[in-house]
Design a protein around this ligand. Structure first.
Ligand code: HEC
Ligand code: HEC
Ligand code: HEC
Ligand code: HEC
Ligand code: HEC
Length: 485
């Protein structure tokens, strides 16, 4: 009896423990053989079929080329904000971190081995082109269920630009339609791809997870999938690959765009990047490009301005005004508002309460002359923290959110401001403004200050120093109410 108990225990202590046989499998298992570019999860079906630069595609597809040019996808690698943060990551962690970034910001540059760190010098137009035509139209599949998180993350897609035959190399481009006669004009074959009519195509890159801990830093696809737009088959493409009018229809009435209405704008919210690039185009004397980007700037502003609405209501206690309630409603974003870099983007309420003589009784959320927001500003974003539970912003450090207050699609958040009227005041007017900017002023200054040496921000963008970041007022509401009910 006794012996039969001791033996297994001995086995456990002497053999199993040291061998790790009792250890549970890790939650986030990485198949390094399957993912040769880890920490990027991009895959390449390598053959003699090469990738094509966008200008070559543009010769036969001029409309798509014109629309894509100047889009955030076309700028994804050259974006000075990206290059600044990439450079910081490279200096702190080296290329085994930054390959993860590059796998989404210039996937072709990663699989061909051309891009191995920050900077633009000496790179081919194809590597510089970021998320270019041949990235998306070579995607032959995804590996979403085999990733360490078992979700789409960190470029979990397969690139197959073509294949080899006995006669030579054939290029294959995948698109939404059944191939027409002579599809590809002798340059490429066409394959009808149901994936291109699904949000899964975008999911691989619009789910940014911590490079090795697999914590979801940005989860736009999952936010969308858990909301009403997914349930009504309104995809990323239906809001971001169309003009403003078509987007409004899709967002308001769940009305699917017609096939001929899709455009390659990939337009979201990043008006700061468009305004920087427009300045660079003007400095370089390229009026046409400046006009192109100005249009995209206007579209981004229009999308943001359509995203939210405000309601302001008084709260009385024992007949006296005690609080003001402000409800912020996400009316037209297909995912949370804000989404993606929620711990960097800033969305907040500025509030002013005045009496009937215009005397200011209270303010909240007003930035100072240097663009700094007061501590008690009501923010709708998130705050990241590292393993030490301290505030952090760099994506290789953040492994959790200490706060996450974004607004779900067709959902709302409410905040309360304590407010009691001074003696003699009868009516109070409250103005609430929902304001947005790409980042905190100090964060933007730090990131742009890290731009790699071969990116002269003065020469390219005319930036002697980082200007006050432009703030966009998304929604505004003014209500007057009595101090007693
Ligand atoms: C899974 C794909 C993916 C990976 C991996 C990734 N990014 Fe991004 N990145 C994106 C997407 C998508 C956006 C746009 C989100 C938005 O606009 O809020 C973005 C935006 C950014 C921005 C903001 C740019 C701007 O103009 O405001 C910076 C900076 C950035 N990424 C840096 C990095 C760095 C550094 C890494 C690696 C540590 C990295 N990214 C890894 C997909 C990725
Ligand atoms: C981010 C991914 C992405 C990039 C980058 C991209 N496309 Fe597309 N493209 C799509 C999707 C998705 C569709 C299908 C849209 C739909 O009809 O639903 C599409 C459709 C097309 C079509 C079919 C006709 C049409 O316009 O709908 C052509 C042709 C095309 N793309 C060419 C190009 C060219 C040329 C470029 C580069 C200048 C490019 N694409 C860049 C994703 C992309
Ligand atoms: C020699 C001219 C030529 C070049 C170069 C070319 N294409 Fe095409 N492509 C065509 C023609 C013609 C069609 C069929 C008609 C159409 O959709 O425009 C086509 C069709 C397509 C389709 C299918 C559209 C659908 O509705 O499903 C996609 C996707 C596509 N091309 C992408 C590309 C990409 C990406 C490149 C660059 C890597 C490229 N093409 C280069 C001529 C060309
Ligand atoms: C290969 C990776 C990749 C794929 C696939 C991809 N994206 Fe992106 N996307 C990015 C990156 C990286 C950025 C941000 C670049 C930056 O800010 O510098 C971005 C930016 C955007 C933006 C602009 C965001 C802003 O702040 O203005 C929109 C909109 C967008 N993507 C939509 C889509 C849609 C829709 C699809 C699917 C049809 C898609 N993307 C597929 C990588 C990708
Ligand atoms: C119903 C319309 C709608 C759908 C569907 C939708 N979006 Fe958006 N998206 C918006 C609006 C409006 C904004 C601007 C407000 C904001 O930043 O959330 C936006 C902003 C963005 C941004 C910019 C965020 C930033 O910080 O600059 C990205 C990236 C983006 N969307 C990607 C996607 C992807 C990927 C999908 C699909 C999984 C998607 N969107 C689905 C309407 C939509």
């Amino acid at each position: 009896m006794r012996r039969s108990f001791v033996l297994p225990l001995l086995f456990f202590a002497l053999v199993a423990l040291p061998l790790g046989l009792n250890a549970a499998p890790p939650v986030f298992e990485v198949d390094h053989e399957f993912y040769p570019y880890y920490p990027s999860l991009v895959k390449w079906n390598k053959s003699s079929a090469e990738f094509t630069d966008p200008a070559t595609c543009g010769a036969c597809h001029p409309r798509q080329y014109e629309e894509w040019t100047g889009s955030v996808h076309s700028l994804a690698f050259q974006d000075p904000v990206y290059q600044g943060e990439l450079n910081k990551g490279f200096q702190e962690m080296g290329p085994n971190l930054t390959r993860q970034c590059e796998g989404c910001h210039t996937p072709i540059g990663v699989v061909t081995g051309e891009v191995t760190g920050p900077g633009l010098t000496g790179l081919s137009p194809l590597a510089l082109a970021g998320v270019s035509c041949d990235v998306c139209h070579s995607i032959s599949g995804t590996t979403h269920t085999r990733t360490p998180s078992r979700q789409p993350q960190n470029a979990s897609m397969i690139l197959t630009p073509g294949y080899e035959t006995l006669e030579g190399t054939v290029l294959v481009k995948r698109g939404p339609s059944t191939p027409v006669e002579n599809c590809g004009g002798g340059f490429h074959e066409c394959v009808e791809s149901p994936l291109h009519l699904r949000a899964d195509l975008c999911a691989s890159c619009h789910q940014v997870y911590h490079y090795d801990r697999h914590f979801p830093l940005e989860a736009t696809y999952n936010e969308w999938k858990a909301g009403p737009y997914a349930q009504n088959s309104i995809l990323c493409q239906d809001c971001h690959m169309v003009g403003i009018d078509v987007f409004m229809r899709a967002a308001e009435d769940f009305r699917k765009p017609e096939r001929g209405e899709y455009r390659h704008f990939f337009n979201g919210a990043n008006y700061l990047l468009y305004s920087l690039v427009q300045g660079a185009a003007l400095r370089a004397g390229d009026e046409a490009f400046a006009d192109n980007v100005r249009e995209k700037y206007n579209m981004a502003v229009a999308r943001l301005m359509a995203a939210a609405e405000l309601e302001v209501t008084p709260v009385y206690r024992n007949g006296d005004l005690a609080e003001v309630k402000v409800r912020v409603v996400n009316v037209r974003a297909g995912h949370n508002l804000p989404t993606s870099l929620t711990n960097v983007r800033q969305l907040w309420l500025e509030l002013t309460a005045k009496d009937e003589n215009g005397r200011v009784l209270m303010t909240s959320g007003s930035p100072d002359a240097r663009g700094k927001l007061p501590e008690d500003t009501r923010m709708f974003n998130s705050e990241g923290m590292g393993d030490d539970f301290h505030f952090a912003i760099d994506p290789w450090v953040v492994t959790a959110f200490s706060r996450h207050d974004t607004i779900p699609p067709r959902g709302y958040r409410e905040v309360y401001y304590g407010l009691s009227a001074p003696e003699g005041v009868e009516n109070i007017t409250v103005e609430a403004t929902l304001r947005y900017r790409q980042a905190d002023q100090a964060v933007a200054e730090a990131v742009l200050g890290m731009a790699p040496d071969d990116m002269d921000l003065m020469a390219i963008y005319g930036l002697e120093e980082v200007p006050l970041l432009p703030i966009l007022d998304i929604a505004d509401k003014e209500e007057t109410f009595s101090v007693r009910r």
